[in-house]
Ligand binder design. Structure first.
Ligand code: FPP
Length: 242
C-alpha cells in the first residue's frame, strides 16, 4: 500500500478505489444543458481523478461507465456516451506511453459498437505491460450479470470435465469474474447523494467501505477524493472480527 499526504496527514492509500460516476444528468439539467453535456463534463472529471489516483499511488481504479440497465436510455444519449467512451480510450492510447495507465474492461463488450470493441481490445493489449494505475472501465456491466456468467462458465468447465463441483471455493469463483486477479476495492465512492450500489461490484464489495457524497460527479474534485479517503480511515475495519 502506498502512502500519501492527504488532508495534511501521511496516510496509507487504498490499493483499489471504485467509483459510481453519478449525477451527470442532474448537473446538465441544473445548467439547462442536454444530458450529453453532463456526460462530457463527467468524462473530464474522470480524466482528472484518474490522474490524481495515479499520483497518490492507487493501484486500481474501477469506474462504472455504462451499466446493463443503461440501454433503457434514449438512443441519442447512448450513442453520445459511446462516442465519449471512444474519445477517452483513444486519448488514453495516445498518452499511454507517458501515463503508464493499464486499461482493463469489465462487462459484456459484445453488445457495444464494433469499433468501440476493437478499441477496447487494442487498449487492453497495448497497455498490458504498464505498471502505473490500472483503470477498470465497467462497460455494459452488471454485478448480477457478472455472477451469472461466472456460474455458467464454471458449470461449463464441470460439464467438460475440467473441474469438479467440490473444487468450487470463493477464491476459485473469483477467478471466473471479470475482476479476476484484481483485489477487492477497499473503498467504493458514490457521489450525487444516491445511496445504492445499483448492481455495481456485488461480489467484490462484500467488505468495501461505502462512501456516499453530496456532490454531482462533474463537480467532483481531488479534494473530494481526499475527503473520501479520510472517511475511509475514520472507519474501523474489522472484517467480521472484534
Ligand atoms: C450516471 O449519471 C453516469 C453515467 C450513466 C455515465 C458515466 C459516463 C461518463 C462519466 C462519461 C465518460 C466516462 C469515461 C470513463 C471516460 P446519470 O446520467 O445517471 O446522472 P443523473 O442521475 O443525474 O441523471
Amino acid at each position: 500500500m502506498a502512502e500519501a499526504v492527504i488532508g495534511g496527514k501521511t496516510l496509507p492509500v487504498p490499493r483499489h478505489i471504485a467509483i459510481i460516476m453519478d449525477g451527470n444528468g442532474r448537473w446538465a439539467k441544473n445548467r439547462g444543458l442536454p444530458r450529453t453535456a453532463g456526460h462530457a463534463a463527467g468524462g473530464e472529471t474522470f480524466r482528472k481523478i484518474a490522474n490524481y489516483c495515479r499520483s497518490l499511488g492507487v493501484e486500481y481504479l474501477t469506474v462504472y461507465a455504462f451499466s446493463t440497465e443503461n440501454w433503457k436510455r434514449p438512443e441519442k444519449e447512448i450513442s453520445g456516451l459511446m462516442t465519449l467512451l471512444g474519445k477517452y480510450i483513444r486519448e488514453g492510447l495516445r498518452d499511454m506511453e507517458k501515463n503508464h495507465v493499464r486499461f482493463c474492461f469489465f462487462g459484456d463488450l459484445s453488445r457495444l459498437p464494433q469499433k468501440l470493441q476493437t478499441l477496447c481490445l487494442e487498449a487492453q493489449e497495448r497497455s498490458a505491460g504498464f505498471e502505473g494505475v490500472q483503470v477498470n472501465f465497467c462497460l455494459n456491466y452488471g454485478g448480477r450479470d457478472e455472477i451469472v456468467k461466472a456460474a455458467r462458465d464454471f458449470a461449463r468447465d464441470v460439464a467438460n470435465g475440467v473441474r469438479q463441483p467440490e473444487e468450487l471455493t470463493e477464491d476459485v469463483f473469483s477467478q471466473y469474474l471479470y475482476s479476476k486477479d484484481v483485489p477487492d476495492p477497499e473503498l467504493i465512492i458514490r457521489p450525487s447523494g444516491e445511496m445504492r450500489l445499483s448492481n455495481f461490484l456485488l461480489w467484490q464489495s462484500a467488505y468495501s467501505e461505502l462512501v456516499f457524497m453530496n456532490v454531482l460527479w462533474p463537480d467532483f474534485t481531488p479534494a473530494d477524493l481526499d475527503e473520501a479517503i479520510l472517511e475511509y480511515h475514520r472507519r474501523n475495519r474489522r472484517f467480521g472480527g472484534v
